[in-house]
Design a protein around this ligand. Structure first.
Ligand code: UDP
Ligand code: MG
Length: 319
């Protein structure tokens, strides 16, 4: 492990926040002493993702009395991946740590992250030892997603990891070079590679407030993840088509033989209906899959920015 680390590193913590007003005080009360004990210089980049509950006001109060607390106020709610991207773009640290605001990611783990980073690892990610704090349904769907994702794509997302991790500045620079607008961060984190290592931790229940992720949102998130890292769902239809064609061919041969042996018989309405409906369904599904990709292509082609910043507080060049 040869990578030189600065003796006095600067640490950036990136916290996406959407309607997190009830938890912010507790967040700083727990995080600030830990950071102050670990490093001399740090910044906490709070990305306000268009909250409507006074999150910005609470953040401003903390910014007033602690210059390490910096705020990126996005122009509206762009979503967690976009908020995270905004934070990573602004982070100045030698090491950068994305973290949830709700204290589900224990800040005590940062010490371990730093130690591993000093050992020479470029990415140190937290691995959730238990997901007790999640419902059974959420755990099993998450499991299914990881299985499917890892089967369909070349990148491997380690199971039970989230965004909570430490990244060397070189890794962040690599992430920033990826021009795509659909930012499935978990996948991108794995895609960039570098020397990675996992550290187990216990994921705690949310400190206050409530989760922003409905099942519908998670489903769309999963679709985004798979479509942005795999074209297997597109290719599948070539094979499905070939299988159906082969079956049709064999069936035609069977019909010819049967007609020669036992003559023509007219009935067949039911079987015809079944075949037509089945093929209609298969075609619509395949069109839908193509549509999913086309829609995403369209979004990328428009080239709109991933996020828009309304105003920043405490960053170079603001006010
Ligand atoms: N978040 C965000 N924008 C959104 C939704 C969520 O910035 O549109 C933030 C949220 O404030 C929190 C983090 O993403 O800091 C994780 O969200 P949450 O705790 O609701 O997700 P869960 O832990 O339940 O998966
Ligand atoms: Mg949470």
């Amino acid at each position: 492990m040869t990578q030189e680390r600065p003796a006095e590193p600067m640490l950036s913590i990136v916290v996406p926040m959407y309607n997190e007003a009830p938890v912010i005080d507790a967040f700083f009360a727990r995080v600030l002493p830990i950071l102050a004990g670990l490093v001399r210089d740090y910044e906490i980049l709070c990305v306000n993702d268009g909250s409507g509950d006074g999150t910005l006001e609470v953040l401003l109060a903390h910014h007033e009395c602690n210059p390490h607390v910096k705020i990126i106020d996005l122009a509206r709610n762009f979503g967690k991946e976009q908020a995270l991207t905004a934070g990573l773009d602004a982070a100045r640290g030698d090491a950068v740590i994305p973290m949830d605001a709700d204290l589900q990611d224990p800040p005590e783990l940062i010490a371990t992250f730093l130690a591993k980073w000093r050992e020479g690892f470029d990415v140190v990610y937290g691995v959730r030892e238990s997901r007790d704090s999640d419902s059974l349904a959420k755990r099993s769907t998450a499991r299914m997603f990881y299985r499917l994702f890892n089967r369909l794509t070349e990148v491997r997302i380690p199971e039970n990891t989230g965004d909570f991790r430490l990244m060397d500045r070189r890794v962040v620079a690599a992430l920033r070079r990826l021009p795509e607008r659909n930012r499935f961060m978990k996948g991108l984190f794995s895609w960039v590679g570098f020397r990675q290592v996992g550290v187990p931790y216990r994921r705690e229940p949310r400190a206050a407030g409530q989760t922003k992720w409905s099942y519908w949102r998670l489903w769309n998130f999963a679709l985004d993840g798979i479509t942005s890292f795999s074209t297997v769902p597109l290719r599948l239809w070539s094979y499905a088509g070939a299988a159906v064609a082969l079956f049709a061919f064999l069936y035609a041969a069977f019909l010819v033989v049967r007609t020669i042996v036992s003559g023509v018989d007219v009935p067949g309405y039911a079987s015809l209906m079944v075949v037509i409906l089945f093929l209609g369904g298969v075609q619509l599904i395949s069109l839908g899959v193509i549509g999913e990709y086309l829609g995403r292509l369209y979004r990328e082609a428009k080239g709109r920015p991933t996020y828009l910043v309304g105003r920043t507080y405490g960053l170079d060049g603001d006010e």
